[in-house]
Design a protein around this ligand. Structure first.
Ligand code: 13P
Length: 253
């Protein structure tokens, strides 16, 4: 059966010392509890090695990057490859975040390359999808999300698709304080699972973890995670404070 997962996305926040301190706090907080979900922190590339070094609770706390390159190696100045990420000890990589699609022009084509390289290197992609406000208002949100899944992932074999974590992040809810309602999240997550079932069958669909992201916080996580097709969260702002992040982890009890 699919896993419940709470993953932090630190985005472009914290210096290395600040990030190490935050990771140490999360690691320490996890020592005292048996979380009912997998916990992951996705951190800037510069932080990966140092953060990996302070994670002692390897069974409880996973580490991820926020992106990787669409090439394996070579003359791509400034890029960081999937093998490089894997060599830090990280096990996850966020791919296709809306901020990367919007500000860095990521397309389905580059994302297919990134997903393939992540999988080849043993990284679990956390693949993000989600509509902007105008698309929801025009009642296009289901079509948009379906196209992101079909174009970015449906080239995969069922076996490889089974290694993907999905994150539904409505762009209008990211960093705005405006979350989707639990019913809006459930409606879209059920649609995503149905879309997967039509391509790969019910078993693969039932085993896929689909996270919700967008202004998730301790005060609303429990209600959203209680929905049958919501399997956890991808957390931005609230992952930058240990107490808030742990409050969301503890929404699974
Ligand atoms: P916020 O939780 O800050 O809204 O960000 C969500 C997000 O983009 C996680 O990837």
């Amino acid at each position: 059966m699919r896993k419940n997962i709470v993953a932090g996305n630190w985005k472009m926040n914290t210096t290395v010392p600040e990030g190490v301190k935050l990771a140490e706090e999360v690691n320490e907080a996890l020592k005292g509890i048996e979380p009912k979900c997998d916990v992951v922190i996705c951190v800037p590339f510069t932080h990966l090695v140092s953060v990996n070094n302070v994670i002692t609770e390897k069974g409880k706390l996973g580490l991820g990057a926020e992106n990787c390159a669409d090439h394996k190696s070579g003359a791509y100045t400034g890029e960081v490859s999937a093998p490089m990420v894997a060599s830090t000890g990280a096990g996850y990589v966020i791919l296709g975040h809306s901020e990367r699609r919007q500000y860095y022009g990521e397309t389905a084509e580059t994302l297919r390359e990134k997903v393939a390289l992540a999988l080849e290197n043993g990284l679990t992609p956390i693949f993000c999808i989600g509509e902007v406000l105008a698309e929801r208002e025009a009642d296009k949100h289901f079509d948009v999300v379906k196209a992101q899944i079909v174009d970015g992932l449906f080239n995969l074999s069922a076996e490889d698709f089974g290694k993907i974590i999905l994150a539904y992040e409505p762009v209008w809810a990211i960093g705005t304080g405006k979350t989707a309602t639990d019913d809006q999240a459930q409606e879209m997550h059920a649609f995503i699972r149905q879309t997967i079932a039509e391509k790969y069958g019910k078993e693969v669909a039932d085993n896929t973890s689909i996270l919700y992201g967008g202004s998730c916080k301790p005060s609303n996580a429990r209600q959203i995670f209680a929905k049958p097709d919501v399997d956890g969260g991808l957390i931005g702002g609230a992952s930058l404070k240990c107490a808030d992040f742990m409050g969301i982890v503890e929404a699974f009890d």
